[in-house]
Each structure stands twice: as structure tokens, then as C-alpha cells.
Design a binder for this molecule. Structure first.
Ligand code: GRG
Length: 307
């Protein structure tokens, strides 16, 4: 199967997993579960669960031979609950990021934000519940493989915690207050706000597929560079956005005077940096076993994307 056919197939797997593993909208309190499902099921590229599923498949197909050679004992399991858990966590961060106390956005994934569709308190609780659900899913679905369950919990909590996702968001808010945010500030923000979450997608897939510690390190390297390339491309798209055709949020960061890669380094250097990080991500992936065609094409499509 080629990339163009595999990508929608992975997306369907992710969508079906989300629909199945998230409580029904009729579950009491219905308003809360409706809001959670509204935020989760209304679009999005599903990049994170696709990365997790594809990474797990890579190792499962390669047979994880190093795991048998070394003393490392791997537990192999279906990656879908982990993939769904990470998408729940990502969606919680978007719901909270859109709140009036943060970005105060009206639109997300082409629809009214959760607090505009429901109300602020419901959106806050829906975000809290999605974050908690991520860990409920890991606890429930990996109970039979305790070492894997512990590793997934540790990795996902670490990526979402005060030194990574939430820390990156805090530094982002602080950077908005100061006129002289530096390249180091920007790198801290994006390594933690964007790259940590993309990295944990690869690592969770690797854990479910039986990757060895050395292979997990390669996935961490790939995730770090993919995250930075993804964010630089985001900044380039924002800076070059045509608000007339892309909608009212296009060019938002540039207009808000936020520190971005383009503002600090200019368009050409930003493009060069995006290429360098993409190449570094691909080089790390190349060291993994098995057929990397899909993951390589996915990284290429994300870092060369036009929207
Ligand atoms: C509130 C704890 C907390 C964190 C918020 C996710 C986030 C941190 C802020 C959203 C703004 C932003 C530009 C974050 C960088 C990561 C990023 C590009 C997120 C959007 O991811 P996509 O493009 O979104 O994969 P979809 O909707 O396709 O899932």
C-alpha cells in the first residue's frame, strides 16, 4: 500500500478508536461528554495517533529482533488505546489554549471553539476530563502488561507535565509579555509545547511495538527534530498566510507581534532551519529496523506542508 492510501487508513483507525474509547454523549453528565466528543471528534489531522500507530506497526513488522538479542524484555500490545490517549491529551491542550484566559479563540478545527459552542466552565471541565481520560485509558488497556503500562504512563505524563507541554505554554505566555524573547526562549517553548508531544507519539508507538531502549532514543531524536521542523513550518505558514483565503486565524501570530522563527531569523533562514531539522528527523528514523517508507513520507508531508 502506498502513502496516499495508508494515510487515510490510519486516520480511519484513529477515528474509530476515538469514537469507541471515549464515553458516549449520553453518559451522565451528558453535557460534559457532549463537549468532550465535540472537541475530539470534529476534525483535526490526527497526526499524533497516526504517528503512534505507524511506529508500533514498524516494530511489530520488523519483529523487534534486538529485543531478543539484548536482555531487554519487551511487552508488545495494541497501540490504539495509547494513540487515542495522546489525542485526548492533545485535544485538552487545544481546548484550554482557546479559552478566554489564554488565546481567546473563536474557531478551532474549522468550527466554533468548545467554549463558544458550550460555555467557558463546560470547556474547562471537558479539557480536564480529556486529560484525565488519557490516563484512564492507559491504566485500563495496558493492565495486562504492567511494565508497558508503567512506561506509557511515565512517558505521557512527562510529555504533558510542567516541564514540557504545560511548561512550554507557560513560557509562551511569559514571552508574550516581553519585547526581547530570544532564540533560546523560542526553542524552549517549541521543544516543550510542540516537540515533546510529537516525541511521545513515537515513543509510545515504539513501546507498544517492543522497541529497545536504544531504538527509543532514536525515536526521541526523530521526535525532537520533527517537532521543531513542524513548528518552524507553522511559523512560515503563519507569516506567509493569505487571510482572505485561509480564514481569520491565518497570520494570527505574525499580526499579534508574537516572537516566531520568521521574526527572529527571517523567511529564508527559517526555511533552511526547517530543512535541517527535517533531515535530522529522517536520519534518526533511517537507523530504525524495518520498512520506514510510511513514516518517512509522513515526516516529509508534515514538514513540507502548505496548510
Ligand atoms: C493549554 C496546557 C496547554 C497547552 C496548550 C497545544 C497548545 C499548548 C497550544 C496550541 C497552539 C499551538 C500552535 C501549539 C503548537 C502545537 C501545534 C501546532 C498544535 C496544533 O496541532 P495540529 O496542527 O492540530 O496537529 P490538529 O487540529 O490537526 O490536531
Amino acid at each position: 500500500m502506498d502513502f496516499a492510501a495508508q494515510l487515510p487508513a490510519y486516520r480511519v483507525r484513529a477515528e474509530q478508536g476515538l469514537d469507541r474509547l471515549v464515553p458516549a454523549a449520553t453518559t451522565r453528565p451528558a453535557r460534559l461528554h457532549e463537549a468532550m466528543r465535540y472537541a475530539l471528534l470534529g476534525g483535526g489531522k490526527r497526526l499524533r495517533p497516526i504517528l503512534t500507530l505507524a511506529t508500533a506497526d514498524l516494530f511489530a513488522r520488523a519483529g523487534a529482533p534486538e529485543a531478543q538479542i539484548s536482555n531487554f524484555k519487551s511487552e508488545i500490545a495494541d497501540a490504539l488505546p495509547a494513540a487515542v490517549a495522546i489525542e485526548c491529551l492533545h485535544t485538552y491542550s487545544l481546548v484550554h489554549d482557546d479559552l478566554p484566559c489564554m488565546d481567546d479563540d473563536d474557531l478551532r478545527r474549522g468550527r466554533p471553539t468548545t467554549h463558544r459552542q458550550f460555555d467557558e466552565a463546560t470547556a474547562l471541565l471537558a479539557g480536564d476530563a480529556l486529560l484525565t481520560l488519557a490516563f484512564q485509558l492507559v491504566g485500563q488497556h495496558y493492565a495486562a502488561t504492567p511494565a508497558l503500562c508503567a512506561a506509557l504512563t511515565r512517558e505521557i505524563a512527562d510529555a504533558a507535565g510542567s516541564e514540557k507541554l504545560i511548561g512550554g505554554q507557560m513560557e509562551d505566555l511569559l514571552a508574550e509579555q516581553k519585547a526581547d524573547a530570544t532564540a533560546a526562549d523560542l526553542e524552549f517553548i517549541h521543544l516543550n509545547k510542540t516537540a515533546a508531544m510529537l516525541t511521545v507519539c513515537l515513543v509510545a508507538g515504539g513501546l507498544c511495538g517492543g522497541a529497545t531502549p536504544a531504538q527509543l532514543d532514536r525515536l526521541r531524536t526523530a521526535g525532537r527534530h520533527l517537532g521543531l521542523a513542524f513548528q518552524i513550518v507553522d511559523d512560515i505558514l503563519d507569516a506567509t498566510a493569505d487571510t482572505a483565503t485561509l480564514g481569520k486565524t491565518a497570520g494570527k501570530d505574525a499580526q499579534a507581534g508574537k516572537t516566531t522563527y520568521v521574526k527572529l531569523h527571517g523567511l529564508e533562514t527559517s526555511r533552511q532551519l526547517a530543512r535541517e531539522h527535517t533531515d535530522a528527523a529522517l536520519a534518526a528514523l533511517a537507523l530504525l529496523p524495518g520498512d520506514k517508507t510510511f513514516l518517512t513520507a509522513l515526516v516529509g508531508s508534515l514538514t513540507g506542508r502548505t496548510s
